[in-house]
Design a protein around this ligand. Structure first.
Ligand SMILES: C[S@@+](CC[C@H](N)C(=O)[O-])C[C@H]1O[C@@H](n2cnc3c(N)ncnc32)[C@H](O)[C@@H]1O
Length: 239
């Protein structure tokens, strides 16, 4: 399991900026597939960036495995029910009209069995007619990552180096982050995060979802056709 705890204080500055693009893409899908929805749960919500964008539209809630990510989410959204739980097996004690899982969070799971456990837990927490919307990185995305040079960025007084390391096979991707953060005393401390993702063929994911949900639709960004070179797939699964 990837641990986002070291990342948590820096997550919003480094990766949170992506939320506008995601929200712009998924909002029409939510309106199309769940026009009457009133409640939304984000699983693997991290610091709550995406969930927070919907708090004026739906009654929102969130869960994440990382206590430090959830701590940040709680500070930002004190009135929202956010919990430390695993997406593979959670029990919220209630159901929702929409469940979302974004920014390739599902790729962090350790096996396809865990993907299927997540689908089943989400299905259990959906009202009839409710939807699960999630995205996943594909092999094409990992192929693109693999060729990348290490990346260095400055955020205020802090510095980040990100490098890709080859996985054990081409269905895995490893990213190492080194964050050099300046403390109040001006001194720098280095924080490291090692993230590992796994992916599975679209046909395998679709077949598993088809066995559970009444309908499954697949989307790509910018309306591109689904092909071997699609880097990110979005699934909308209706209960
Ligand atoms: C790339 S972040 C995405 C966070 C958020 N969805 C966003 O878009 O900003 C991936 C998140 O997945 C969480 N995560 C990884 N494995 C998990 C699991 N088994 N259950 C719940 N959350 C998990 C991590 O803690 C991290 O917060």
């Amino acid at each position: 399991m990837d641990n986002y705890d070291a990342f948590a204080p820096f997550y919003d500055t480094i990766l949170g900026v992506r939320k506008e693009r995601v929200v712009e893409f998924i909002t029409p899908l939510l309106q199309k597939h769940a026009p009457k929805a009133t409640s939304l749960l984000e699983i693997a919500c991290g610091t709550g960036n995406i969930m927070g964008e919907y708090k004026d539209t739906y009654e929102v809630a969130g869960l994440d495995l990382s206590p430090c990510m959830i701590k940040v989410a709680k500070e930002k959204f004190p009135d929202v029910d956010v919990r430390v739980e695993t997406m593979t097996e959670f029990d919220f004690g209630r159901s929702f009209d929409i469940i979302i899982c974004l920014f390739d969070s599902i790729n962090h799971l350790a096996s396809f069995e865990e993907w299927e456990q997540t689908f089943a837990s989400a299905h259990k927490h959906l009202n009839t007619g409710g939807i699960l919307l999630f995205d996943m990185n594909t092999k094409a995305q990992f192929d693109r990552y693999r060729g990348r040079d290490p990346l260095g960025r400055q955020y205020g007084n802090d510095f980040v180096i990100m490098e890709e390391v080859d996985g054990e096979n081409d269905m895995e991707s490893y990213s190492n982050f080194k964050i050099f953060a300046q403390g109040d005393d001006g001194k720098y401390t280095m924080h490291e995060e090692h993230l590992r993702e796994r992916t599975y063929p679209m046909a395998q994911v679709s077949a598993s979802l088809d066995s559970l949900f009444s309908s499954v639709s697949i989307y790509t960004e910018k309306g591109k056709p689904v092909s071997d070179t699609t880097e990110r797939l979005y699934f909308v699964c209706e209960k």
